[in-house]
Design a protein around this ligand. Sequence first.
Ligand SMILES: Cc1cc2nc3c(=O)[nH]c(=O)nc-3n(C[C@H](O)[C@H](O)[C@H](O)COP(=O)(O)OP(=O)(O)OC[C@H]3O[C@@H](n4cnc5c(N)ncnc54)[C@H](O)[C@@H]3O)c2cc1C
Length: 431
Amino acid sequence: MAEDKFTAIIVGAGPAGSTAAYLLAEQGIDVLLIERGETPGCKNMFGGRMYSYALHRIIPEFWEEAPLERQISREVITMLDGEKSTSISCQDENWAKPPYHSFTLLRAEFDAWLAAKAEDAGAILACGIRVDDVIMEDNRIIGIRAGDDEILADVVIAADGANSIITEKAGLRSKLSPADLATGVKEVIELPAKTIEERFNLQPDTGAAHLYAGTCTQGMSGGGFLYTNKSSISLGLVIKAAELQKNQYMLVDLIEDFKNQPSIAPLISGGEVVEYSAHLVPEAGISMAPRLFSDGILVTGDAAGFCINLGYLVRGMDLAIASGEAAAMSVVEAVKKNDFSAASLGIYTDLLVKNGVWSVMEAYRRAPQMLDTERLYTSYPTLLNNLLADMFTIDGSPPINLIDKLRQEVKNSKTSFINLAGDAWKGGRSL
Ligand SMILES: Cc1cc2nc3c(=O)[nH]c(=O)nc-3n(C[C@H](O)[C@H](O)[C@H](O)COP(=O)(O)OP(=O)(O)OC[C@H]3O[C@@H](n4cnc5c(N)ncnc54)[C@H](O)[C@@H]3O)c2cc1C
């Protein structure tokens, strides 16, 4: 039986849900934030880095109080091909100055902190409760169901992540297919802070973000990541779920192979694995977005598909926070009008455009198809590594000029200049 009624119920205390709860509570709106984990973030995982701008807009200078690991001062992209690897490294001193560009963090601590901010602002946080369904009346969402409990609300915000049950039950989206998703697997490997700083050439507060393509995914669409925390390393893989299913690889084997790659092994040597986790990543971009609002409901963060994987970066935390912000502002407007209909909540899409989330999703609309190009994970890493390894290998053989070498490598890697030009054009338009 329904016992309570709130203005807003938010399902999921990840970054999207806690941001929305914080902003609503700050406006004096009664809000219930429901989380299935025993504590917010206890089961949540991600690669390891959050871009700062969105949270800085909501909690200025959040780095003074949030549990963060290191601010990223170096980006490295590496193409792996067995014994060979080629890296591009980029550093910008501006990233290390306030407002810092991005931070590594661990979700169990960070999500708990953000949810506590919402609680301090006045939201009610209920943990250990899994929401099973929405309550519908005359095609309008009027609350949620968790086991035998029913709780009513003027509006429900679905912030329950990639595999959102709320969005599905509310009829805003059909079941996701493996083609829309990637599977992420990650280990947290403990190492002394000083060892990390020496191995990655870092200062006590600075950190590095490494992304990998090539043999780490055994030719499947996806890539690897490595982020430095204070005294641990977050290391993992993100691989297209449909390809994992087709090839029947075990994640544990893939991550073991990745850890044994010659350019990874020395970086984690002597470390102790203290955490292993796996999670879905919504990867199909704007094409998998559900209906974002309806009578009595809004959808935010991963539940709305607001996550971008470009190969050289993964963004979801900032988009979750920014979409949580837009959802909260939409509810604030709806409260003023006392109108929670779709017509009133439709302001959400305007706010997503205004705060930049929608333009990010639009800009990278072609990225998922581009990243499906098999050659990115097979021929190209081999081609690039062979070309460069040849260039730097001096063994007394007669030298071959660079153009001839390129021709030879293109032929050896079973691709063509037409493919190369076409993929470069596709890549340039998509990223
Ligand atoms: C392997 C991997 C690497 C990634 N790397 C990065 C990265 O480096 N940088 C980045 O910005 N993003 C990254 N992302 C994406 C990022 O993690 C997500 O975009 C972000 O966490 C989305 O936030 P959210 O609040 O929408 O959802 P989530 O963080 O998934 O939070 C959803 C919350 O809802 C709760 N919940 C779910 N169902 C229910 C229910 N029925 N009832 C109650 N509670 C429920 C969950 O327990 C969870 O706390 C990565 C993701 C993965 C999987």
